[in-house]
Design a protein around this ligand. Structure first.
Ligand SMILES: CC(C)(COP(=O)(O)OP(=O)(O)OC[C@H]1O[C@@H](n2cnc3c(N)ncnc32)[C@H](O)[C@@H]1OP(=O)(O)O)[C@@H](O)C(=O)NCCC(=O)NCCS
Length: 163
């Protein structure tokens, strides 16, 4: 069996109680304890509102394999991902601006993808914060898809393989 013990995602996951726990706690700021957990059907409205606020014209997340970051009762981040066996395709990740740079996206990705062997995603070439986030988590830029987005911007293709 392939091991990914040394991967950045695995290391990030090990820094928290357990990425395999269905629900776990993180504390990115003392006044904002945040839980990362699989999305529930009742989260759809909050995730949709957050997605539309962050990315105008964004599609409605499907939530089948999605995770959310919750501060008290508020959804402050989401990860929309399609999983097929031990592969995953990240469709979207977003964090409320008031909760950024506190590790929320890192924790969502680490928890949701810790047991995945191969992860694929696309990101706008201009989205330098997201490209930095993915680089820190061990994703490699493997190509460019020209004119991928509706406005004509190119997408960078990224892959993370378990070590
Ligand atoms: C990209 C995004 C999801 C990051 O969420 P986040 O919770 O702030 O990310 P994290 O706190 O986990 O950041 C982890 C690391 O990524 C990098 N990073 C994240 N945001 C960054 C920024 N604005 N500028 C530079 N590096 C950044 C840093 O290395 C950061 O570590 P550090 O804070 O210790 O320096 C968030 O900015 C967002 O929602 N953007 C709008 C939606 C979007 O573009 N989504 C991605 C494409 S689908």
């Amino acid at each position: 069996m392939t091991s990914q013990a040394g991967s950045p995602l695995a290391k990030a996951a090990r820094a928290e109680p357990s990425a395999h726990d269905p629900v776990w706690d993180a504390e990115p700021a003392a006044h904002h304890p945040v839980r990362a957990e699989p999305a529930r059907p009742g989260d759809l409205g909050a995730v949709e509102a957050l997605a539309r606020a962050l990315v105008p014209g964004a599609g409605v997340p499907r939530l089948r394999d999605a995770w959310v970051a919750r501060a008290a009762d508020a959804v402050v981040g989401y990860l929309d991902v399609r999983r097929i066996s031990d592969e995953a395709h990240v469709l979207a990740v977003g964090v409320d601006p008031a909760h950024r740079r506190r590790g929320v996206a890192t924790r969502l990705l680490s928890a949701a993808l810790a047991d995945v062997q191969i992860v694929h995603l696309e990101v706008r070439v201009s989205n330098l914060p997201a490209r930095r986030l993915y680089a820190v988590l061990g994703f490699e830029e493997v190509g460019v898809r020209s004119g991928y987005y509706a406005d004509g911007e190119d997408a960078v293709l990224l892959t993370r393989r378990a070590a």
